[in-house]
Ligand binder design. Structure first.
Ligand code: HEC
Ligand code: HEC
Length: 510
């Protein structure tokens, strides 16, 4: 099965484009985008029943209004975006003869979270786009990076753990090329969309800035690249001046803790009422600065007002030992161990009195260093300078720990797979673990499995694993640039295995 699957994946991605005729034209049953959108919104209460999220009870709006706001966010698309034609999905299903195999591509290769209960949208993070030519195309949105699957459950707002930005870009290029070629013959309305999307994807393809590993993102330096291009007539910046510091996507529920401090992203380098750097992803779709200021920024601000500020972390889904957790709470708040002095105090209902502290605890500095004078001046020239400020920071946020059980792998770069490893001796942290295994939760160490439990591999030591998988982008290797797993070393204060386990038990309650 595994081999068959790999063959199929390889076939789709290396499909000779000339062979497209053999499979197409696909008579796409695509409805127009306005109808598709209305249907999706109307069915959202039904389709989203299995999605896990928690809402701030202080939100005074009636349930129906709240759900409507959430649906609009989940199906957010931008009138400026031109992305993936409807035939992306249709083509895959036809080529592979079965939707379940197509879904395997979306999940295992691209790393998106499947939405099996939804007959219209196969995955979270894609929404029908009101394309100018009235054909249906799909836009990626916030949830491509801010939604995760853990043990088969979809958690809304959790940071994506398996998304591969590189594959996503490549697949989109390939598919738009395919559609463009076929549509050229049929002269259907999809041609324009595909042509435009394809050209944009090619122009903005910059390998040096793509993440080294699946499940990590270069979204922040990508903003530097797009802002620079927009301010310099489309010229790419010098890669050496952009740098590299891949990070994990953080959960959206941290917004509630951070609002009072107005400092955002893992290094707090962006100051403003809300973090709006994500809006610059629209620049990659060939938009002008004017368009960004007039439509995208206000839309994202509305997301924060209507949805994101009300998101709270999902509760820990398994049993918690209340006595151990109570001991852990004492340790966490004790002067001697001092977690609370940096991370704040928690009410057990998903809320925190956060400290707003950003400090250097010896973790990998690469991501901090991305905010340099070139980035700051590209930012200054953009409309985001009117809604926020960008400035270098000397340390990372002492992360709010709300919902921390689900925020694995830990630290800004996702270099430590479990809380157990994070709170123990640095030398015992694994140097290599599978990124795909992040779909599987480890209840004892709290965090992700180190390798996929269903993969039958002979046990091998770390040196052997490094040799076999060290260069593979499906594996996290602490030896890569920006991936160091050292720092945040509190073992000398925690001291015993009992303290360590009690702290972990307490962290489950946050
Ligand atoms: C391509 C993936 C991607 C997309 C799409 C994306 N984000 Fe993010 N987001 C990230 C990454 C990565 C970070 C962390 C960046 C960093 O700190 O370097 C982040 C950070 C954030 C934060 C956390 C800030 C904090 O300080 O804790 C919020 C809130 C957020 N994004 C909201 C959004 C919204 C709203 C959208 C849609 C408009 C969006 N994101 C789209 C990847 C993405
Ligand atoms: C001196 C301040 C400080 C102290 C004390 C401290 N931390 Fe941290 N902690 C940080 C900072 C800063 C980070 C972020 C580092 C990074 O992302 O590279 C962090 C990150 C973490 C994370 C990772 C969160 C995530 O979502 O990835 C956890 C968990 C954590 N700390 C738990 C603890 C616990 C438990 C204690 C007490 C044993 C503790 N910390 C003590 C500053 C501190």
């Amino acid at each position: 099965m595994k081999t068959l699957l790999h063959l199929t994946l390889a076939t789709v991605l290396t499909l000779p484009l000339a062979a497209a005729d053999a499979y197409l034209p696909v008579k796409s049953p695509a409805p127009d985008s306005a109808t598709a959108r209305q249907t999706l919104l109307a069915n959202f209460p039904r389709d989203s029943r299995q999605v896990v999220y928690r809402w701030d009870p202080r939100d005074a709006r009636p349930e129906a209004e709240r759900l409507h706001a959430l649906a609009a966010f989940v199906y957010e698309s931008y009138d400026s975006s031109a992305w993936i034609p409807q035939s992306f999905i249709a083509v895959n299903r036809v080529l592979l003869g079965s939707s379940s195999v197509a879904d395997t591509i979306l999940r295992d290769l691209l790393g998106l979270v499947l939405w099996p209960q939804n007959p219209a949208a196969p995955v979270f993070g894609m929404a029908p786009n009101p394309a100018r030519d009235q054909s249906l195309s799909w836009t990626l949105n916030c949830l491509a990076c801010h939604m995760a699957e853990i043990d088969g459950v979809a958690y809304l707002g959790a940071g994506a753990k398996t998304l591969d930005e590189l594959w996503l870009g490549r697949a989109a290029q390939k598919v738009t090329e395919l559609t463009r070629q076929t549509a050229a013959r049929t002269a259907g309305p999809e041609q324009a969309t595909a042509q435009r999307a394809h050209d944009i994807l090619r122009q903005h393809h910059h390998e040096v800035f793509e993440p080294l590993t699946r499940g990590r993102s270069t979204a922040f330096p990508a903003s530097h690249v797009e802002m620079h291009m927009r301010a310099h007539g489309g010229a790419l910046p010098d890669p050496a001046k952009v740098g590299r510091g891949d990070v994990k996507s953080p959960p959206l529920w941290h917004a509630a803790a951070k609002v009072p401090f107005q400092r955002w992203y893992c290094d707090g380098s962006f100051t403003g009422t809300f973090p709006l750097m994500a809006s610059s992803m629209e620049l990659a779709l060939d938009q002008t600065f004017d368009k960004l200021a007039a439509s995208v920024v206000p839309q994202i601000q509305a997301d924060f007002r209507n949805v994101i500020q009300f998101l709270r972390p999902p509760r820990y889904p398994h049993a918690i030992d209340a006595r151990a957790a109570a001991r852990g709470k004492k340790l966490f708040e004790s002067e001697q161990i001092g977690c609370a002095s940096c991370h704040g105090t928690y009410d057990g209902q998903g809320n925190v009195q956060w400290t707003g502290l950003h400090t250097d605890v010896g973790t990998d500095p690469a991501r901090l260093q991305l905010v340099n004078t070139d980035f700051v001046s590209a930012f200054q020239a953009s409309p985001l300078a009117q809604v926020g400020k960008l400035a270098p920071s000397r340390g990372y946020a002492a992360t709010p720990l709300t919902g921390v059980w689900a925020n694995f792998p830990y630290l800004h770069n996702g270099s430590v797979p479990t809380l157990y490893h994070l709170l123990g001796p640095v030398s015992a942290r694994p140097r290599l673990f599978s990124v795909q295994a992040a779909r599987h939760f480890d209840r004892v160490k709290v965090g992700q499995a180190l390798r996929d439990p269903s993969a039958v591999t002979a046990s091998e030591d770390e040196a052997e694993s490094l040799r076999r998988h060290g260069n593979d982008r499906d594996w996290f290797n602490a030896g890569r640039t920006g991936c160091d797993n050292g720092g945040h070393d509190f073992w000398s204060r925690i001291k015993t295995e009992e303290n360590r386990m009690d702290l972990i038990e307490y962290l489950k309650t946050l």
